[in-house]
Design a protein around this ligand. Structure first.
Ligand SMILES: C[S@@+](CC[C@H](N)C(=O)[O-])C[C@H]1O[C@@H](n2cnc3c(N)ncnc32)[C@H](O)[C@@H]1O
Length: 201
């Protein structure tokens, strides 16, 4: 029997379908912020539609992009092929993922809060360990104070304590560090912490 996809993947799959139909491939504000830091050999974890992966590749990066959402991965694979850009994309379940090599830059925007606490915290460590000395990590997660939960599986999500996000990156140079709140449907809010940090060389 086919395994059921996580709720977040179905939620974003429906959103991506609408964006693909509308030809809406804009970078979101977090991706705009991350783009200047993504060069060389880049890994994008939870790439979604891959707009950032393509934008980084257009600036000369060699990008590997992973997501569990099949329609997003297929659409990105088609766009990468059509553009001739250096983007290698695969359908991967990133829960429990550990790196087998290191990268000049690792991007992980809007993914880790879709895992239960232990996997969410282990995901931060995996991002850290995937960055080569002198390389850059981009991490963005939902934190405590978020009240919009429509995309969450009740047992498979975690709202980080803001200080937990930075802990694995102690001793790294902080290039960007923010907590930002955005209005969400139904009068709810989403609160994100975003870090961009350079590993000591
Ligand atoms: C909020 S979207 C972010 C997408 C993209 N990084 C962006 O900034 O637009 C969350 C992404 O995480 C992916 N995702 C959720 N659970 C996943 C899992 N277990 N393995 C891989 N990807 C997953 C979803 O398919 C979706 O593309």
């Amino acid at each position: 029997m086919a395994e059921e996809k996580p709720k977040a993947v179905a939620f974003f799959g429906a959103q991506f379908e609408r964006q693909i139909a509308a030809g809406d491939y804009q970078l979101n504000p977090f991706e705009v912020r991350a783009l200047p830091f993504l060069s060389g050999k880049v890994l994008d974890l939870g790439c979604g539609l891959g707009n950032l992966a393509l934008a980084a590749a257009a600036r000369g990066a060699q990008v590997t992009a992973y997501d569990l959402c099949e329609n997003a991965v297929e659409d990105l694979a088609e766009r990468a092929l059509a553009s001739g850009l250096d983007v290698w994309v695969r359908t991967v379940d990133l829960k429990g993922w550990r790196p087998e090599e290191t990268w000049d830059a690792v991007n992980c925007i809007g993914l880790l809060m879709f895992f239960a606490r232990a996997d969410a915290l282990a995901g931060l460590v995996a991002v850290r360990d995937a960055v080569r000395p002198g390389g850059v990590a981009v991490v963005n997660v939902l934190v405590e104070g978020t009240t919009f939960t429509a995309m969450f599986d009740p047992d498979e999500h975690y709202l980080f304590r803001p200080e937990e996000v930075a802990a694995p990156f102690a001793g790294w140079e902080m290039l960007h560090d923010s907590v930002e709140e955005f209005a969400a449907p139904g009068g709810k809010v989403k609160r994100f912490r975003t870090l961009i940090a350079r590993r000591p060389g």
